[in-house]
Every structure is written in C-alpha cells, then in structure tokens.
Ligand binder design. Structure first.
Ligand code: IFM
Length: 458
C-alpha cells in the first residue's frame, strides 16, 4: 500500500551509457579483504568474550551460541588458518589485507606496561605471511572489542570502558607498542572501527557491550566525545612512535556509512529526519576526526529508509529494503546494497575532505555457495567505485568484507559475510563461494571484465 503512495526515488544505475565504459582502477590500486580479531580469532579476555559467554549461559538469542563452546571459543580459527587465509587472499590477486590486532590479547591485564610476548609473536607471524605474499597490512587498533579490564570502574568518577578518563592514554599505549614492534612493516593504521556504531549499539540500543539503553538520540554524545579523544590520542601516538623510528605512517578511522533516504518522498518529516540522521550518524563524527586523519576510511553498507510518525516526531522506523524499489536485492540480513549511493558517497567524501579514500569495508551477507547477490554486489560496486574515481575521488584501495565467514556480533554466526564459507563443525574448513572467482578476475584485470558485467552488472 505504502509503495503506491510513494513516487519512485530514483532508478538503478546499472546500464552503461554511450559515453561510459567499464572503467579500470588506477595503477597501484590496493585490492583486498578485511577481518577483525573478535570475529575470527580464538577468544581473548575482552568485553565481547564476557558478553558472549553470558549470552550463551542465559540463552540470549545470539545465533550459533547454542552450538556450545566450540564455535564460540575459536570463531573462524584464524589462529590456525591464518597462513592459508593469507595464501587464499594472495591467490585472488589481493595486494593488501585489513585486520585488527586484539587489544585484549596484547594487554590482557591492566597493570601491563608492555604487550604480551605471545600475542606480539602471533601478529608478527601474520605479518610475516602477508609480507611473504606481498600483501600490505592495514591494521586496526580497536575493532569493537576492548580488554575486559577496561570495564572496571576507574578514577574519581568511577567511569567504565571508553568513558574512563584514562581510555585515550590506554589506546595510545597500544598504538605506541605496536609501532615499536611493527612500525617497519605496517604503514597504514586505523585507530577505531566504526565509533558511531559502537556508541549507538552499545549505549542507545543495548545490543553491544555495555548493553545500555540511554534515552534519546543525543544520549550517546558523551561516549562519542570519549571515542574522539581516544582516536586523537591514538593517532598522535602512532605518529610520534613512527617519527622516532623514521617510519612512514598513514593514520585513519573506519566510518560506517549508510545512505539514509525518506521512506515517503512526499512526507517532509521523513525527508528532514533522513537528513538529520545522515548528519548524526555519518558526518558529525567524521568531520571532527578528519583533521587528525591522513585518509578517509569508509565502511559502506548501502542504504536505509526512515519513516516517521507525526505523533512522535523524534521516533522513526528504520527500514533497510523497499519491496517496491526496482532492482532491490536485500542481503540475508535484509540490508540493501546500493552501488549508486556508494558512488555518490565516495564523490561526496572526496569533495568534503580532499583526502585519499580507502574503502575499508564493503560487502553483503549471503550464505549460498553460488552467492549471486554477492557476485552482483562485487561487480556493480567496483564499477561504481571506478566511476567515482573518474569523477575525481582519490580512492586508493577496496577491502571486501569479509575474507571468511565470521562472528557477526549481536547477530551471531548466522549471517555469512565471507568470500570463503567457514564450516565451523568441520574444523573451520574454508570453501570458496562463487564470488571468489568473480573477485579474482576483477583484481587481476583491475576492471570488471565485460562478460561479468553482461552476466552480473545489469
Ligand atoms: O561485521 C561487521 C564489522 O565488524 C564492522 N562493519 C560491519 C560488518 C558487518 O556488519
């Protein structure tokens, strides 16, 4: 019914115009994939590990936890599979790999002044494999999971977690130690992954630790300010430590990006709220973080619609996909990839910040082995990215989320984001999905091959 009330928002951007062709990415472009510690590694003493254990004991409804200790304790078992995973990425033609180094693994105890040697050794071996296969590492310091001890109340105000007064210094300590250990091998660092998501899901919606539901859209502002201080402290520490070693360094942040649209074009409040949420969710934090960044890190996940209710103007309903929208192909999570939004976003970010851009994540949840929606997503989004480059965006790398299936936070093990499927009960064996071959050809040619475009692009 609603669909008949709405005017079409815009058509899909899939047909190549007469003056348009399949466009190559620039020479030296970095193709890759991404993973994160808590999602693929064995459990460490982090806040997320504590939450997952609690959720399992209490039957909390996180998919896959009911499988017991096995899945949870080793996740995708990157600890055992990392060398083969790096080989898989190299075999696809990747030239870079994004991953995070677990803060809880490196600093499992609060009183430590130097990182755990076994953890340094592990990440050193991961870096060795990447170097052996000529993949540039992009390392994230804080990807949602933090050490459990950070949650002990601290200081006169008794604050916990990222709101502790010493949280910036603690993340800076991690940054300094990692540059001292690996500064000769890692050039690209990302301080914090998706700070706005962390603040909203942890402090407003309560589905991430610390599982709080503070009231009102601005109730997480203090947390966002704390995360900004952490980012700035870590960025400063990375640069200072790199300068001491005379090592080149590029520092950024990974910002989760959705394109927010009005559910009903004719409803002014839907339009206003879409613009407000775009500002609050995407731009506000990024504007403040960008002076301390060398590049813009973008995690792009399509579009979302906002539907408001005049009787409760500040409350809105978020919808991901629109059944009436031609060409919408929601993922297994219901999210709607949108390559045109991706292209416009890259162009807009380039104009706003005038800095190099790395797409640090872009992907979709699809479990099927013949993952046609992911294949289409890869073909359409990489071509959209190349169009953005032609329009002036200085995009230098694209990391598909994700290399392998992994633990999708509050959604558990059900959503499958991997180019490679992980068979958890079978020792986490990896199996290539159809997308592996598609992405291999795009990486190899640096352009979407015409036959792939004919099959998957239109
Ligand atoms: O799995 C997450 C990742 O950890 C952060 N960005 C979004 C991905 C998919 O939800």
């Amino acid at each position: 019914m609603l669909g008949t009330l709405r005017m079409p928002r815009r058509g899909p951007h899939r047909h190549l115009g007469v003056d348009e062709q399949l466009l190559p990415v620039p020479a030296g472009f970095l193709w890759g994939a991404a993973t994160a510690d808590q999602q693929v590694e064995r459990q460490q003493p982090s806040d997320w590990t504590a939450f997952e254990e609690r959720a399992r004991r209490q039957g909390h409804g996180i998919a896959g936890l009911e499988q017991g200790g096995g899945w949870l304790s080793h996740k995708a078992d990157f600890d055992r599979h990392f060398a083969d995973d790096v080989a898989r990425a190299a075999d696809m033609g990747h030239r870079a790999h994004r991953f995070s180094m677990s803060w809880a693994r490196l600093f499992p105890r609060e009183d430590m002044s130097a990182p755990e040697p076994a953890a340094l050794d592990f990440y050193g071996r991961v870096l060795d494999e990447l170097a052996r296969r000529a993949l540039q590492p992009f390392v994230t310091l804080f990807h949602f999971a933090s050490p459990a001890w950070l949650w002990h109340p601290s200081g006169p105000d008794g604050k916990r977690g990222v709101e502790r007064a010493d949280a910036p210094a603690r993340l800076a300590q991690l940054a300094t130690c990692l540059v001292e250990a690996f500064g000769d091998r890692v050039r690209h660092w990302c301080t914090i992954n998706e700070p706005v998501v962390l603040a909203y899901l942890g402090y407003l919606e309560g589905v991430f630790p610390p599982n709080e539901k503070r009231g009102g859209p601005f109730a997480a502002d203090g947390v966002l300010a704390a995360l900004l201080r952490m980012h700035e402290a870590a960025a400063g520490a990375l640069r200072a430590a790199a300068a001491r070693r005379a090592a080149p360094v590029q520092v950024g942040i990974a910002q989760h990006v959705r394109t927010f649209l009005p559910w009903r074009n004719h409803a002014p409040l839907d339009r206003v709220m879409a613009a407000v949420v775009e500002r609050l969710f995407v731009l506000r934090f990024l504007d403040r973080a960008m002076p301390s960044c060398d590049y813009v890190g973008v995690n792009e996940y399509g579009r979302a619609y906002l539907e408001t209710d005049l009787r409760r103007p500040l409350r809105y309903q978020l919808r991901h996909a629109d059944p009436a929208e031609p060409g919408d192909e929601p993922s297994d999570l219901g999210w709607a990839p949108d390559e045109r939004a991706f292209e416009e976003r890259l162009v807009a970010l380039a104009r706003r910040y005038a800095k190099p851009i790395y797409v640090l994540e872009n992907g979709t949840a699809e479990a099927a082995t013949d993952d046609v929606r992911r294949q289409r997503q890869l073909v359409r989004h990489t071509q959209a990215m190349a169009r953005a480059v032609r329009r002036g965006a200085d995009v230098r790398g694209y990391f598909h989320w994700s290399l392998v299936d992994n633990f999708e936070w509050a959604e558990g093990f059900a959503p499958r984001f991997g180019l490679y499927a992980v068979d958890y009960p079978a020792g986490c064996a990896r199996h290539a999905r159809g997308s592996v071959e598609v992405y291999r050809r795009i990486c190899r040619d640096g352009v979407v091959p015409p036959d792939l475009w004919a099959r998957l692009g239109r």
